[in-house]
Design a protein around this ligand. Sequence first.
Ligand SMILES: CC(C)(COP(=O)(O)OP(=O)(O)OC[C@H]1O[C@@H](n2cnc3c(N)ncnc32)[C@H](O)[C@@H]1OP(=O)(O)O)[C@@H](O)C(=O)NCCC(=O)NCCS
Length: 251
Amino acid sequence: MLSGLTDSSYTDNDNNSGSNRPTVKTKNHMQKQKTRLIIRNTQLDDIPKIVNLQKESFPYLARYGNIWHPDELESHLQLFQKGQFVAVEPDGTIVGSASTLIVSLKPDYAEHTWKEITSDGRFTNHSPNGDSLYGADISTHPKYRHEGIGSMLYGARKECALRLGLRRMIGGGRLFNYCEYADKMSASEYAHRVIKGEMHDPVLSFELDNGFRFIKILPNYLDDVRSLNYASFIEWINPQHGRIINGATSN
Ligand SMILES: CC(C)(COP(=O)(O)OP(=O)(O)OC[C@H]1O[C@@H](n2cnc3c(N)ncnc32)[C@H](O)[C@@H]1OP(=O)(O)O)[C@@H](O)C(=O)NCCC(=O)NCCS
């Protein structure tokens, strides 16, 4: 069982290393994180609760049925249970979840869509010998946001990448508020203004704060009225990958 709280390797410094955000926020709230919530690997009987959580967390995507279906979540568990995480309250309520697979991109920053990189949501392209942990989705129930739960889920994913000796974690984060600015600027300008700290985006700002670096815009990533289908290609480099330990590399 993983607990995002007890994982002291995810300190403020680690959260901000690699981020291309110029101002480093002091994460005083890290001390205020919920102490009784746990992050653990998903189990089969969590699936109905995750589906309900998805409806609350992704109301726009849910309108089109574009959220996890039980058979997809079952497929993730069969292929890579160690990469599937839930955040659980002491009473058993699931308030957050994250789904993950391993891929290798050729070239490293190849443009892709969500459907392509997740095998249409089933993760059948999951490659245990790949080099990159791929974040297919992450969500926290709207009533539980801004309590550090999303960051704890990312902490569990980082721990997974470290344990498996993966080179990096990557993903496509939907540009959540871009629909409110699309008549004023391009998706790229929007992302760069968020990176500069001139604007806040609930997804991209959160990812930058969790140590990710913005690589480029992925157009047509996901059918999504919020982002107008634009996502930011994000990358977190495993700081331990390839590190020389007693004369031998760790990987
Ligand atoms: C993106 C998402 C997962 C973040 O989840 P979360 O649990 O709110 O994440 P955190 O609490 O760790 O961080 C969110 C913000 O709260 C702040 N925060 C964290 N703990 C806090 C606390 N105790 N007090 C005050 N603020 C806090 C963080 O600094 C962060 O601020 P930022 O946006 O400036 O980076 C959530 O907003 C969500 O589910 N969105 C909808 C689904 C979605 O679009 N997912 C991403 C694409 S797949």
